[in-house]
Ligand binder design. Structure first.
Ligand code: GAL
Ligand code: ZN
Length: 670
């Protein structure tokens, strides 16, 4: 297990480097991540590669026990390259070219840029592939981040046309499968196709009202852009791998900031790695991104950039500092959740550039303060926990399926103003965690058989194959929950001409009747039957009425003109059961439903209660259970244990009761 920081020696004098390395050593840091923006140093003049500025730093770090992850610097094509080849620049959805002077100003499909990128990756691989202090390589930095994943240049336009031609074979087939007869959008040939001008990317400007554009074409553009970014990434991967067997990966952003399909992006990389900046001031840290990260490559993941503190910020305003203890806790929490490498961004505050005065572990004056000491404390605890974490694994009984195409389709055609697919998945995940269930977030292609309960929130696009697998899963004894929108579209992003949930009416034993969004004045009360009696509460997001066709209606509308109509159902199917939820639920109701489903699925309960503001991961260590317990609150929490455990961090036996400090953590072995 490795713990480190991002570091920028290209900004520094030798005296500053000496000072920083001494501090890193004192903090107990194992590695640094360097180089991702330093192309102008690696290749100051075309073809003249220069490593003399970095070699001694890697050596000095290495002899001080600090290893290096080296990045390719392609997020920042240098001035000379842009001057010589302005055609490599990124063009956004409005047709505006992104000039030199920021970062990520390139087109990933441009052959010239691909070749320059391949060459710099090759040079770095050749020079550092066998360096004993370099243990891994990162490709680029946050591909597609900051609105650079949907290039609209001429190269991309033509490549998209070819991509479509390859996919559909003939323009007639494309017209048919995209339903271009609607509004007379029928094409005569592929050369007439323009990439959609509306982007689903965060903060991008929209050129014309989105609903003018064909949703099937837009979904294909998302797929094309995702594939193009992956292809670009893999050009660099191959260049580095030609020189080394060391780990090559890249840093994804969150779960889905850039809408690259990360399940596909990491196929050829050695492990999943991503960047995460949770707020550490007030709230608990969501482990949803970690649960997702575990599922991408089905193994431990890396956190290549992680929160380090507050102060000034990159965007608009500054950022709040972590609550005392929260930084230390956040690092250990990430390791407990499945990371086996974590790097804070970044070591010491920058004086210049777009990120001047930004957050870091150490302040600009180089004097260690509380954040530094928290990192040091986390490093110390990690030394004690590393062995047991490395040798233990998750064996969760619940899976939640998250899919990028559903995400894209729901951004292309949103169903309700306040509905966000990612947040909805995360909301259900949080409910499960609060009830002490261990959850994996997985793709639609993941093997589901080992799970006792599978949850598929808002799966608006489902392949026939996925539907078949879900049926099989339930038939063989699994417990399934799907929500509204299940299977209403095919992979072409067309509505299916069948009763909803299309192709799944038998497994759920219902048909969906009328549907509509929930707006403030149409909120309805839902009444749900649970073991503890009926629970009532408000609905939200989206409403469907269910027509039972074999299923038991367990939730009904309790008011409005829909009073008495079904909204939640349960159906016995083969040896299993399938639940359908036709609306969004407020927390009490969702808790009631989730509790009922966990019980139905016979999910193993935790031996102690999870209280408000607490999170528990269970990992299997040989035949024992390792309970990783976190208190995110600013007050201590008393846990009634009811049996003896071994406290891994201090070796003591704890029994009956244990008090968890504010922002504290505890690792107990049964
Ligand atoms: C990340 C990026 C870093 C840095 C950081 C600031 O998205 O990869 O280079 O800009 O944000 O929070
Ligand atoms: Zn382009």
């Amino acid at each position: 297990m490795k713990y480190g920081v991002s570091y920028y020696p290209e900004h520094k004098s030798q005296a500053e480097i000496d000072h920083d390395i001494a501090l890193m050593k004192e903090a107990g840091i194992d590695f640094v991540r360097m180089g991702e923006f330093a192309w102008c140093k690696f290749e100051p003049v075309e073809g003249n590669y220069d490593f003399t500025w970095l070699d001694p730093v890697i050596e000095q770090l290495g002899t001080n026990g600090i290893l290096t992850i080296l990045c390719t610097p392609t997020a920042c094509p240098p001035a000379w390259l842009v001057e010589q080849h302005p055609e490599i620049l990124y063009v956004d959805n409005r047709g505006v070219t992104r000039p030199f002077g920021g970062r990520r100003h390139y087109c990933y499909n441009n052959r010239i840029y691909q070749e320059y990128s391949r060459k710099i990756a090759d040079a770095i691989g050749a020079h550092y592939g066998n360096n004993p202090y370099v243990f891994a390589f990162q490709i680029d930095n946050e591909l597609a981040q900051e609105g650079t994943g949907r290039c609209h240049c001429q190269v991309c336009r033509e490549k998209f046309q070819n991509w479509l031609e390859h996919k559909y074979g003939s323009i007639g087939e494309l017209n048919r499968r995209m339903g271009t007869i609607f509004w007379g959008q029928t094409y005569d040939h592929f050369g007439q196709i323009h990439p959609p001008v509306n982007s689903i990317e965060v903060n991008t400007m929209q050129a014309i009202p989105a609903y003018f554009e064909n949703p099937s074409l837009r979904l294909d553009f998302e797929r094309f852009c995702s594939e193009s970014n992956i292809e670009y990434q893999n050009i660099q991967r191959a260049a580095i791998k030609a020189h080394t067997d060391k780990i090559v990966t890249t840093n994804a952003t969150g779960v889905a900031t850039n809408s690259i399909d990360y399940y596909k992006a990491f196929h050829e990389l050695d492990n999943y790695a991503f960047d995460y900046y949770p707020s550490l001031r007030d709230v608990e840290i969501s482990s949803f991104p970690y649960a997702h990260a575990r599922g991408v490559c089905n193994k431990d993941f890396w956190l290549l950039e992680f929160q380090s503190g507050g102060g000034h910020g990159l965007w608009g305003s500054g950022r709040l500092q972590p609550y005392p203890g929260a930084l230390r806790q956040a690092a250990i929490h990430a390791f407990a959740a499945g990371a086996d490498l974590v790097a804070h961004f970044q070591f010491r505050t920058f004086p210049f550039g777009a990120e001047q005065l930004n957050y870091a572990v150490v302040d600009i004056d180089g004097i260690p303060r509380r954040r530094f000491y928290e990192v040091q404390a986390a490093a110390r605890d990690l030394k004690k926990l590393g062995g047991i974490l490395k040798n233990s694994r998750f064996d969760n009984e619940v899976a939640l399926c998250f899919d990028y195409e559903a995400l894209w389709a729901l951004k292309i055609k949103p169903i309700a103003k306040d509905f966000n697919y990612l947040k909805f998945c995360s909301e259900i995940y949080q409910q499960l965690i609060k009830l002490g269930a261990g959850v994996d977030v997985v793709s639609f292609n993941h093997d589901l058989h080992k799970y006792k309960v599978v949850i598929v929130p808002a799966p608006i696009i489902m392949s026939d194959e996925f539907k078949r697998r879900l049926k099989h899963y339930v038939y063989n004894g699994g417990v399934l929950l799907s929500t509204f929108l299940a299977g209403i579209k095919n992979p072409d992003n067309l509505g299916i001409v069948q009763s909803l949930p299309c192709g799944l009416t038998d497994v759920f034993g219902i048909r969906v009747g009328e549907v509509e969004p929930v707006v403030d004045r149409t909120t309805a009360t839902v009444s749900l039957a649970t073991d503890a009696g009926r629970v009532q509460g408000a609905n939200k997001y989206w409403t469907e009425t269910l027509e039972p066709n074999g299923a038991e209606i367990i939730g009904v509308y309790a008011d409005t003109f829909r009073e008495g109509l079904g909204v939640i159902s349960r159906n016995d199917f083969g040896n299993g059961a399938a639940y359908y939820l036709g609306t969004g639920l407020e927390p009490t109701l969702l808790t009631g439903l989730v509790k009922r489903i966990l019980k139905d699925g016979d999910v193993t309960p935790l031996p102690f209660a999870v209280q408000e503001g607490m999170e528990v991961f269970v990992r299997k260590y040989n035949h024992q259970n390792l309970y990783c317990i976190f208190n995110f609150r600013k007050e201590p929490v008393t846990i009634e244990l009811g049996q003896d455990y071994n406290d891994v961090l201090n070796g003591a036996t704890v029994s009956e009761q244990v008090v968890l400090d504010p922002k504290g953590y505890l690792f107990l072995l049964d």
